[in-house]
Design a protein around this ligand. Structure first.
Ligand SMILES: [Fe+2]
Length: 227
């Protein structure tokens, strides 16, 4: 299986291009509008047939290029059914599956950062969006977020995966690129080493974060596929 991690420096967002190298069917996860030309060129250079744009959630910090990518490649835009994205071609729920050739992409609903988060389990990789980051996790203070919900999503749906599963996050602010389920269970600063739900809720209640700079245009932009 082909997996390529791409980065948007301005918003510290990871985009992923994944593909089945037998059929050349591919999907892009969380593409960023400002990186549209880079992503189109890469997909064309590698000769992939782009079937899907998979959004891990309705982003608040950047605008997606999913609509423009659909115009270019005819790929379907895929989000969770809670997203309210009228532009989507497919709305998934927990347990739904998509395929790239013989590769199965399993959608896992991991709410808490928002109410519409999906993690995508593909072979030995899980793309966790902003639900679980390396040593960190997404904030829970807007977009119908909930610390208790996120605690249960991560513990029940991500930490229960095979410990060798590679975690590919939606963002990174520290220079990390990837992790594993085992590593995050041990070392995640907010959720690891057996943190209780009460401890986690307390940590999240005291983060005192500023709102993302682009939130006002990002959320409505992203429910319209960035168009
Ligand atoms: Fe987010």
């Amino acid at each position: 299986m082909f997996v390529r991690q791409l980065f948007d420096r301005e918003t510290s967002t990871y985009t992923y291009l994944i593909a089945d190298e037998v059929s050349n069917e591919a999907a892009i996860i969380d593409p960023v509008k400002e990186q549209l030309d880079r992503d189109i060129l890469l997909i064309e250079q590698l000769g992939f047939n782009l079937k899907y744009t998979l959004e891990t959630h309705v982003h608040a910090d950047h605008i997606t290029s999913s609509g423009q990518i659909r115009d270019k490649f005819g790929s379907k835009v895929v989000l969770h059914e809670n997203s309210g994205a009228k532009c989507a071609d497919m709305l998934l729920k927990d347990g739904d599956e998509l395929t790239l050739g013989d590769i199965v992409i399993k959608a896992i609903h991991t709410p808490g950062h928002t109410n519409a988060d999906l993690s995508f389990l593909v072979e030995d990789y899980v793309f966790t969006g902003d639900a679980l980051l390396v040593r960190d996790c997404g904030r829970t203070d807007f977009q119908a977020g909930s610390s208790s919900t996120l605690y249960n999503s991560i513990n029940e749906k991500i930490f229960s995966l095979d410990e060798k599963t590679t975690i590919y996050p939606g963002h990174d602010y520290y220079g990390f690129t990837a992790s594993t389920v085992k590593e995050e269970k041990l070392f995640n600063n907010r959720l690891g080493n057996g943190k209780t739900e009460d401890e986690f809720v307390e940590i999240m209640a005291n983060l005192d974060l500023a709102l993302p700079r682009k939130i006002k245009e990002s959320v409505p932009g992203n429910t319209n596929c960035g168009l």
